[in-house]
Design a protein around this ligand. Structure first.
Ligand code: HEC
Length: 193
């Protein structure tokens, strides 16, 4: 595959809000600069992610390099005890490519989370179901994939994301605890099977 340098910027010090692409050492820039995804790259990823994903057939092994996912236990250093999930970091990694850094989404593709009733509702079941299992309810928007299930979110991760979204961009809703939502997370996981 040829390189697409116009989709990326190189920076010595990434700025706040920059999405740093983690690249295997042998492909990283020699001068130590970091690779930052441009807006076009993020739009391209958002577009690709919203396409319906067909599962690989059983006798096709997923290539490690493409599909290796960070699990909760290898975030942070190997010896550290698991730290509390960071809602903003999880949002940047898993939601922002579609719903955008300002929570406003993109008209015609991704709905805003800023001011969203679902995000701020007291009833959390629909919200958690969307995070874990995806959502396809309105022709005005594209399809949201099963982001939480694909990334193996724990109740801790889900609570952290919910709290970040419920208290950002002017949203003001009660924060939740992992204990409080664990039952719902387990329930919506079962529903997906
Ligand atoms: C690949 C793009 C994409 C990603 C990544 C994504 N979403 Fe979505 N999301 C969508 C789309 C598209 C919809 C609307 C689907 C519809 O209504 O048909 C949506 C809808 C939602 C809604 C409903 C909002 C409302 O008021 O209608 C919530 C809440 C939500 N997403 C949360 C999240 C969270 C949290 C994450 C990260 C864990 C996330 N999304 C990641 C594309 C995405």
């Amino acid at each position: 595959m040829p390189p697409y340098p116009w989709l990326f910027d190189l920076k010595v010090t990434p700025e706040e809000g920059d999405v740093v692409v983690s690249i295997p050492e042998e492909f990283a820039p020699r001068d130590g600069r970091q690779v930052i995804a441009s807006k076009d790259a993020l739009y391209l990823i958002a577009y690709l992610q919203e396409l319906k994903q067909a599962p690989l057939s059983e006798n096709v092994a997923p290539p490690d390099f493409l599909y290796k996912r960070e699990t909760v236990s290898d975030k942070g250093s190997a010896t550290a005890t698991p730290t509390k999930s960071d809602g903003q970091a999880l949002y940047v990694a898993h939601c922002q490519s579609c719903h955008q850094a300002n929570g406003e989404g993109l008209p015609g593709a991704f709905p805003p989370l800023k001011g969203s009733k679902i995000v701020q509702d007291d009833d959390l079941e629909k919200y958690i179901d969307i995070i874990m299992n995806g959502y396809d309810s309105r022709p005005a928007y594209s399809v949201m994939a099963a982001v939480g299930t694909n990334a193996d979110f724990t109740a801790d991760d889900v609570a952290a994301i919910i709290n970040f979204e419920r208290t950002s961009w002017g949203n003001k809703a009660k924060e939740v605890t992992a204990e409080e939502i664990k039952k719902i997370v387990d329930f919506v996981k079962l529903k997906a099977k």
